[in-house]
Write a protein of this length. Structure first.
Length: 259
């Protein structure tokens, strides 16, 4: 049953993407588009730009480059994980810098005023969104841990830099189960290389799970003509009722009055 569940999840992940545009042309390679103020225009629908199956391989590293940095407890935890236990397969958010085969949209501010926010809207898993503060604020000292953390952004030339802390430790970096802790700090550097390609170089610093920071690189592609489709992943969601995070059986609720 577990194997059947995983196959069903993977098929459900792939088919809607293919249905959007089964004959998608290669991404265009024209000049980088810009907003009226000269800033690089990231608006549009993109796919890719982060790990899915394997943080090492997808991030351009060799086998062992990240695994060898795991602290002993984190290595043991990862050895006990398999794709059937993955929180993302239970309709929960994917974290950062992970992506899915589904598209996402950058939403920038078009006004002449200094933008206060930038948003990334994800199609997959209940239309997750990221809010990036662009007004120069700092991270709060009393953050509550969340799935996508607290993100502040700035421009360094034509590169958007997103600095994020305040993550919870519940999501996985990839389907292999690379873990992290609430000490995780990510810095993403998004650079549009041409009309159709957006590079994302990510520095991952988590002293709670890894012996030192490491950097991974991904490439997203622009998909003109595509739109974000409705994605429902919460109907009859039993996660946390039948099982707890990590696949552990839920506590006995026989006498709790719950039916």
């Amino acid at each position: 049953m577990r194997k059947l569940f995983v196959v069903s999840v993977l098929l459900a992940t792939a088919l809607p993407v293919l249905a959007q545009n089964p004959r998608r042309a290669a991404p265009p390679t024209g000049p980088v588009p810009r907003l009226p103020n000269g800033q690089v225009d990231l608006n549009g629908v993109w796919v890719g730009g982060g790990p899915i199956n394997d943080l090492e391989r997808d991030g351009g590293l060799k086998p062992g480059d990240i695994d060898n940095l795991l602290l002993p407890w984190a290595k043991e935890l990862m050895s006990k994980r398999d794709v059937t236990l993955e929180p993302h397969n239970q309709c929960l958010p994917m974290g950062v810098p992970r992506t899915t085969p589904f598209p996402y949209r950058f939403v920038q501010n078009y006004t002449d005023k200094t933008p206060t926010h930038l948003f990334i809207l994800h199609e997959g898993n209940i239309h997750t969104y990221r809010q990036i503060f662009m007004d120069g604020r700092k991270h709060p000292d009393d953050l509550d841990s969340t799935w996508l953390g607290h993100s502040i952004g700035r421009w360094e030339g034509d590169t958007l830099v997103i600095d994020t802390v305040g993550y919870n430790d519940r999501w996985w970096f990839d389907r292999r189960g690379h873990p992290h802790t609430e000490q995780l700090h990510t810095i993403e550097r998004w650079t549009r290389k041409d009309m159709g390609h957006l590079e994302n170089i990510v520095t991952i610093d988590d002293p709670g799970a890894y012996t030192r920071p490491f950097t991974v690189r991904f490439m997203a592609t622009w998909t003109p003509g595509d739109e974000l489709l409705e994605y429902i992943c919460t109907e009859n969601n039993q996660y946390g009722v039948q099982t707890l995070p990590g696949g552990l059986p839920a506590a006995d609720t026989t006498n709790s009055g719950r039916r």
